[in-house]
Design a protein around this ligand. Structure first.
Ligand code: G4P
Length: 536
């Protein structure tokens, strides 16, 4: 339903958006790269040296107290900046595996991803998981191999590992010269130029000497010990490797690979340039009834994240909305499809590196923050009025469970309220058993700790968390009412309801699950459920 009336300025605005996330195993250098990208984008003036951050446990992109205490990225955040005429939306993802659900949701809101790999460690467990998620949506991926200023693994070995483990074709764009103490820089395979590395450089030195051509005798002078290996490797890569192919990249089948050192600001600008030149503008989205094109004029978007306490002074909760089409203007009225009502977005926020400002205008690809007083949940679709439901934001069946009860029995209401809100934010999944017991379900143990911390800090409820022997949960769907009744009668002790009232089966073991599935062959046992979906 493209709108032919749409003006060229609107088209330009959409075409110049780039929305991406950085993914990595913890410690590979995601935070460092984020900071350096923000630095290049002029969004911050000085990278808060990561070391200093770790010492004080404070970074521009870290909000939660617990995150500061632990020095891990628990919450994801959103940052917008301008670079070379493009509007870049950078979405931070928690690297820690316990928050993979959150990361998954963030990845539904981007059009591309940057994967950071520690050159000493190669492909690590969490990278594998995150890449699997990107692959589900064929998200184009740019790879940054980091920490070349250390003694690391050889570039050929790293590429082979990425290709074998992640099953993605690698097209090196830059090639490292030496490593560790003898790291001299990278050779750009497309422009045929050496970019020299100067350790400790805090900003990219545009006046640095660029040496053109692999045969240039200046190379022999500058890197006498490394030049033979460089020539051999480049020859090998050019003869046997895959050249960069934009179509394969956009299809998520090939990744351009850059080598560098984030902490030294080296190789970062090339990654940013690749995002500008190659990463796609906002892409069409599956709106359920039809695909929504980014340059359509009717406004559409979906909520992929709810974040609380971004400003500790104001107990606020922000719903992050990815705009899929149209234009946001302050005060606009939209249709809230799940609640079947109109919603006025008076004062949306745009997030920069360390500030947020009132959004005056936003387009497809942009992420806006909406003050949320409980009316918005993850997965909600907002439109100009059309009946759409953006897909692809699932809940995953939890694998860890515990039950919660208040220490002070008079605080049962606060506990239920707190858990309901935290459940809506996606911090944890909350189930209520037939007997009224509150169960928390998580993918990772840290989620429980955060919930406990927040319940006591924000809701003033200290709770007792009893471990539970539940093995996993499955969302149930029934072929007819009679089967539903029969199931509830027979399995009552193992049935609960999720936040939206959907029935779930709580299996006590793998064996128990298999047996129940066998017994009820017409009942659906699902490992995921879409946000907002009400099961039959
Ligand atoms: P993360 O967000 O992916 O978890 O990683 P982060 O950027 O926090 O970086 C993890 C560690 O790796 C940090 O050290 C950081 O200084 C270091 N690092 C990042 N990029 C580079 C690089 O290009 N070269 C080198 N040598 N190190 C890099 P840390 O955890 O603070 O430890 P420490 O260095 O202070 O002991």
């Amino acid at each position: 339903m493209a709108d032919p009336e749409i003006n060229p300025e609107f088209q330009r605005q959409v075409a110049t958006r780039r929305t991406f996330a950085i993914i990595s195993h913890p410690d590979a250098g995601k935070t460092t790269l984020t900071e350096k990208l923000l630095l290049f984008g002029g969004a911050i003036q000085e990278a808060g040296a990561v070391k200093a951050r770790r010492a004080t446990r404070h970074a521009t992109s870290d909000w939660l107290e617990i995150e500061k205490q632990r020095g891990i990225s628990v919450s994801s955040s959103v940052m917008q900046f301008e670079y070379e005429g493009q509007t870049i939306n950078l979405l931070d993802t928690p690297g820690h595996q316990d928050f993979s659900e959150d990361t998954y949701r963030v990845l539904t809101a981007v059009d591309a991803a940057v994967m950071v790999i520690d050159a000493a460690k190669g492909v690590e467990a969490q990278t594998i998981k995150l890449l699997e998620v990107c692959r589900m949506r064929d998200t184009p991926i740019i790879t940054f191999v980091n920490k070349l200023d250390r003694e690391v693994r050889g570039p050929l070995e790293i590429l082979a590992e990425v290709e074998d483990t992640l099953k993605i074709d690698c097209a090196p764009v830059t090639w490292p010269i030496g490593m560790g103490k003898t790291f001299r820089g990278v050779f750009h395979l497309l422009t045929d130029r050496l970019m020299r590395f100067t350790p400790g450089q805090s900003r990219y030195d545009k006046s640095a000497e660029l040496i053109q051509g692999l045969d240039n005798p200046r190379l022999d002078e500058l890197c006498p010990g490394e030049i033979d290996t460089l020539r051999e490797e480049v020859e090998l890569i050019r003869a046997a490797g895959s050249p960069f192919d934009e179509e394969l990249f956009l299809a998520g089948m090939q990744t351009p690979v850059f080598f560098g050192s984030g902490i030294n600001n080296f190789g970062v600008q090339e990654v940013l340039q690749a995002l500008i030149d190659w990463a796609p503008p906002p892409q069409p989205r599956d709106g359920g009834a039809r695909d929504v094109q980014p340059a359509e004029s009717p406004f559409t978007g979906f909520v992929f994240k709810i974040q609380a306490n971004m400003d500790p002074k104001h107990r606020d909760r922000i719903a992050f909305l990815r705009i899929c089409s149209g234009r946001y203007r302050p005060g606009m009225k939209v249709r809230h499809l799940r609640m079947e009502r109109e919603l006025r977005i008076g004062n949306a926020q745009t997030f920069m590196a360390n500030t947020r400002v009132r959004t005056e205008e936003a387009f497809a690809g942009d992420i806006i923050g909406i003050h949320n007083h409980g009316q918005l949940q993850i997965g909600d679709t907002l439109t100009d009025g059309e009946r759409l439901a953006f897909k692809g934001i699932p809940y995953f069946a939890p694998e860890l469970f515990c039950s919660a009860r208040p220490k002070d029995p008079f605080k049962a209401k606060q506990l239920a309220k707190g858990l309901k809100q935290l459940g809506e934010e996606g911090a944890v999944q909350v189930f209520t058993t037939e007997l009224g017991r509150l169960l928390l379900g998580a993918v990772g143990q840290l989620q429980f700790e955060i919930v406990a911390h927040r319940l006591s800090g924000e809701y003033n409820v200290d709770a007792v968390y009893d471990p539970s022997d539940i093995y996993t949960a499955r969302w149930l769907s029934f072929p007819d009412e009679a089967t539903r009744k029969a199931f509830f009668q027979r399995e009552a002790a193992a049935v609960a309801k999720d936040v939206d009232g959907n029935p779930v089966y709580l299996a006590s073991s793998k064996y128990n699950l298999a047996l129940t599935e066998e017994r009820w062959e017409h009942v659906g046992f699902r490992t995921t459920r879409e946000h907002g979906e009400v099961l039959a």
